[in-house]
Design a protein around this ligand. Sequence first.
Ligand code: PEP
Ligand code: MG
Length: 600
Amino acid sequence: MNPSRIIKGIPVSRGLALGPVHVVRATPKVVPTWSVPGPEVEREIDRLQDAIEVVSDELRRRHGIVSAQSGRKDADIFSVHRLYLEDPVNRKRVVSTIRDTRVNAEAAVQELIEHFRRTYGSLGGENLRDFAADFSDPWRMVLDVLLKREREQVVAKGDAVILAAGELTPQVVTALERDRILAVITETGGRFSHGAVLARSLGVPCVVGLPNLLSRLEQGLRVAVDGERGTVQLRPQPGDVDQFLERLERRRTRERKLSIHATLPSVTPDGHAFGLMVNLEALQDFDTFDVEHTDGVGLLRTEFMYQERQEFPSEEEQYRLYRRVIERMHGRPVTLRTLDIGNDKQLSYFKTPEETNPALGWRGLRITLEWQDLLRVQLRAALRAGAHGRLSLLLPMVTSVEEVRAVRHIYGEVRAQLVEQGYDLGEVTPLGVMVEVPSALLVLPRILEEADFISVGTNDLVQYLLAVDRDNPKVAGLYDPQHPAVIWALGHVAELARGARKPSSVCGEMAGDYATALMLMGMGFDSVSVVPQMLPEVKYAVRETVLGEAQGIARSVLEQHTSAGVGRVLAQARDRLHRRQLATGAEPPPGLESEGKETF
Ligand code: PEP
Ligand code: MG
């Protein structure tokens, strides 16, 4: 048996998991590759033969249909494709790749397709390149069958698995139903990418940045994932498993203790109330936290509700959905963000054009101000739902005062129309602005005159301030929420909002780190909004820290010249909290114990 082995990566979402691996297709462009143990090589070759049979039958079927509809000549291409598929040279090449290099059938077929591309694709002339495409076509179909089969198999088996992939994308995180996913592990991916945001929001332990992960895995291999330390242990031995289960138990005990604090209000020992809200994406998120433990929804990302559908949800559907969220919060405020699609948040039924720089492209408010019907329908649904509780609206990707005014104008029209139609809308719904683009930061005094409140979207603000694409694994190491420029920006926003007497919040992921949340409280923000998973720790930290101490953290980080300096101040804040807990004999929150590290 191969020895156990630990691969070190980057922790993205907390939690521990132990179970079999299932390799998923990371993106449609990337074919997963994993090694196949010796005794299973023949089975892999059988999988290949079966897939070839399926494609061969399909080509025969298509030949029959086309030949009946438009004649033999048009149908000939399918016969040619079958010949390519049955060519013994091609088959032998794929089988040898599986046998000699012990890789899965998908990877071996992909190797053949690459071979066609290298051999014919580089030759001049359209015809030759078309020829390469023709050669590959039936093998691409084989690849599709293999990939689909694999997924069907795992879905049919019903086991819970640890999903492994090349890249961390929202598709990977949602490849199976939530309760079938024990953890997600990937070769690349940023801590603040949308895939990572989703993993945390769903409470799925996740580790990224695991070098050569897929080539070290076999389908079904047992691994232990540690979302606190950022490690993946391959083939854990019985002793490792015992230790792992012990830690899991300790973690559960700690979570139970933290949850006792969670029922109490988010107020410092000297009586300063610091709002602790939750970021939500779907109704299912309600299963992951207790409404009584929060001060409201600080960010309802509505785009994920649109993503689950086959077409744009109607006003009625949206109304029912928003109303359910509002009612489930039992009178606590709900901040509904208008549709923020574009970039990597795409809808299958609304294709935005391919863009060279999608993060700088057609997204968020830019789309809904151009396709105003989308905005009007959403506003109608939201305002109607708002009558059943406390609702605020939040605008994403605002870059100028004009945009805020444009939405206010539409909002005014929509409201007047609803009133005219006899709807009882209750109080006026506040309109807030997300500060996530540098221009909004720079004209913030003007925006504060127009907005009822602001919320800082640090996930995007960091990417735009530092010119680092949050979804590009190549530059993930440069994506740094502790950069002094980010810290300065946050201090500046808090100060301006205070001066303007407008409520301010931070809803980006970094607010979920309890030391950072304390820093934000010290800077003067009124609240933070975090993924449900982080609620207990942030609550705990707030309840243990007097306002003066938080202000001290804010002052110290603002004095730092480097990201390392900011990191040190936050680490000291964690340490102080830890020592206080030890002194009182209480359990420290996860991440404060000596074996663990802070989340971010
Ligand atoms: C943000 O940018 O910080 C944010 C909260 O929004 P999203 O992650 O959905 O872009
Ligand atoms: Mg954003």
